[in-house]
Design a binder for this molecule. Structure first.
Ligand SMILES: Nc1ncnc2c1ncn2[C@@H]1O[C@H](COP(=O)(O)OP(=O)(O)OP(=O)(O)O)[C@@H](O)[C@H]1O
Ligand SMILES: O=c1[nH]c(=O)c2[nH+]cn([C@@H]3O[C@H](COP(=O)(O)O)[C@@H](O)[C@H]3O)c2[nH]1
Ligand SMILES: NC(=O)CC[C@H](N)C(=O)O
Ligand SMILES: [Mg+2]
Length: 539
């Protein structure tokens, strides 16, 4: 991994987000794993505040921060490679308990005198854990618990003072410890949902080994976020980008509490919304909450900017830029506004690879998956300062915050809908005709999933339009029309997802209705790909 920077920024410069004024009880050092923030979030689920920081955070910085525990994340590198990201070796002598996960464990082993080698064969997926010593870290973790593995390297020899806590069929040193120094390592990923007993282990580490107390609650988050927003914006006015989705609606309530009528909410109709959505949103906020929302009809300008554009990343960037241009123009009309508030969440940030940038090389430790319009899709010459208090949270954490602020289930329970909207669900060029087709198909999917009583069980259910055509027969006539892809997934946070096993009868109903009712479609297919390797959206 020679492109991995040797020196990454320390955590402090990344923490412009929520909760940053509160020192983390558990620090996660990020070695580039897609799961780093997931670890932090699992720790926060135990009501202990946790933040991710750059892997090169020095021992002195950590000492000053005085967390009760440190977790080293996994990462794509191999510890024995030149240029592999290393932590400050002073870390081991701080007397603070450390848990290394996968790469983090391998690093611990190597730096303390053991050895790590490329394993005979890589191990991905579930493996039963055989517990050899059910103490501290593994207290109440049943032998045979399924753990999620994702590694190509293995620990060959343990450093002095370390013992084995557990093994798997392929991995002799699956969990290890130096009890006296309170250093622990696991080869698997306790943070992913597929690891049963993973949470038990995290609780063991956080409460029993590190001695943390559960004081990071939704109420505490709201209080601190309100305080931070007030400190950030002072007496200035804030423009809020409101989509009517869970995140920006929650943010609207939060900011309303924080700054009252210095908040202006603005909804941009970019022309890629679902059927009935703009009307629903305007009426809902106006009638139910008496929150005034500025409605901006920008349909023409968005679709004309996308004419002839087929590349997904190009589409996303154009849309992200156009959003900001509209906000800038409207800000001149209604403002001025120095601040733009967005309901950005952590998955938007990690997938746009907005974290851990090396100031010298500009390299990122986590790789880019796609540019979310509100992060990676933003223009470089952005004139607003961003207010994004939800930036460190995952969707289910936001839902809790929203509920606690009094948002009704009708909003809090909504499926996520991406800012670029239907434009990234029409593969290739976006046209008015295709938008009409997709809107109609999407409505049928939503209606039928709701009628089947499955809406709340599913993370997202939607239709995708492919720019290819196939032959069919309808009313004895040949058709040559587009297929619609049904994409329904279950997920906890959007970072990983599985395709939903919808009942065949429901699939049949949706398929029949789409082919019969939507002009221009003659075939319906089902996407049965999980994430990874697929993503939820098709672009
Ligand atoms: N049409 C829009 N008008 C104004 N702002 C928007 C619009 N679409 C998206 N945004 C902004 O971009 C942010 C990110 O969009 P995203 O879809 O992830 O969040 P959301 O719409 O608030 O919630 P959800 O993920 O549940 O749809 C929003 O929180 C909002 O600030
Ligand atoms: O506001 C958004 N702007 C975007 O550009 C964007 N792209 C994807 N998504 C949503 O994020 C979640 C993860 O999606 P992917 O697996 O496709 O990356 C899913 O819930 C997606 O719907 C977006 N939301
Ligand atoms: N997931 C990880 O942290 C992987 C670590 C290391 N690259 C390995 O393959 O073993
Ligand atoms: Mg949305």
């Amino acid at each position: 991994m020679s492109q991995t920077p040797q020196t990454a920024p320390s955590g402090s410069e990344r923490d412009h987000a929520s909760g940053s004024s509160r020192p983390p009880a558990i620090v996660i050092l990020d070695f580039g794993s897609q799961y780093s923030e997931l670890i932090a979030r699992r720790v926060r689920e135990t009501e202990v505040f946790s933040l991710v920081m750059g892997y090169a955070t020095t021992a002195a910085e950590l000492k000053a921060l005085a967390p009760k525990g440190i977790i080293l994340s996994g990462g794509p590198s191999s510890v024995y490679e030149e240029g592999a990201p290393l932590c400050d070796p002073g870390l081991w002598d701080l007397g603070i308990p450390v848990l290394g996960v996968c790469y983090g464990m391998q690093l611990m082993v190597q730096q303390l005198g053991g050895s790590v080698v490329a394993a005979g064969r890589a191990e991905y997926g579930k493996a039963p854990l055989h517990v050899d010593d059910p103490v501290d870290l593994l207290t109440n973790v049943a032998s045979g618990s399924t753990m999620w593995m994702s590694h190509g390297d293995s620990v060959e020899a343990l450093p002095d003072g370390f013992v084995r806590l557990a093994h798997t069929d392929n991995t002799p040193e699956a969990a290890v410890a130096n009890h006296a120094r309170r250093l622990y390592g696991v080869q698997f990923h306790p943070e992913v949902v597929h690891s049963s007993g993973g949470m038990v282990m995290i609780r063991n580490f956080v409460y029993h080994i590190c001695g943390c107390t559960p004081d990071w609650t939704t109420a505490a988050f709201i209080d601190e976020a309100i305080g931070e927003v007030r400190a950030q914006v002072g007496e200035k006015r804030v423009l809020l980008a409101l989509s009517g989705g869970v995140d920006s609606s929650t943010l609207a309530f939060l900011l309303h509490q924080a700054i009252g009528d210095r908040l202006t909410c603005m909804f941009i109709d970019q022309g890629f919304m679902r059927k009935g959505e703009p009307e629903f949103l305007m009426e809902f906020f106006d009638q139910q909450f008496h929150i005034n929302v500025e409605y901006i009809n920008a349909r023409e300008r968005f679709i004309s900017k996308l004419a002839g554009i087929t590349d997904p990343e190009e589409k996303r960037k154009i849309i992200g830029t156009e959003f900001i241009r509209v906000f800038e123009e409207e800000s001149r009309r209604l403002g001025p506004f120095d601040y733009l508030a967005q309901g950005t969440l952590y998955p938007d940030v990690i997938e746009s690879a907005g974290t851990n940038v090396d100031p010298k090389t500009g390299e990122r430790v986590a790789v880019k998956i796609k540019s979310h319009h509100n992060v990676g899709g933003l223009p470089k010459d952005l004139q607003f300062k961003l207010v994004e208090p939800l930036r460190r949270l995952f969707k289910d954490e936001v839902r809790k915050v929203g509920r606690s602020l009094g948002l009704p289930q009708e909003i809090v329970g909504r499926h996520p809908f991406p800012g670029p909207g239907l434009a990234i669900r029409i593969l290739g060029e976006v046209t008015d005709d295709k938008l009409d087709i997709l809107r109609d198909a999407d409505l049928i999917v939503r209606e039928e999933v709701r009628d089947a009583g499955l809406y709340d069980e599913i993370w997202q259910a939607f239709a995708v339009l492919l720019p290819v055509r196939s032959v069919g027969v309808m009313g004895d006539k040949r058709t040559y029309a587009y297929p619609i892809v049904l994409r329904c997934v279950s997920s906890e946070d959007g970072m990983t997802a599985d395709w939903s096993r919808l009942p065949y009868d429901l699939l049949e109903l949706i398929s029949n209705r789409i082919v019969n009712e939507v002009r221009g479609v003659n075939r319906v297919v089902l996407d049965i790909t999980s994430k990874p390797p697929g993503t939820i959206e098709w672009e």
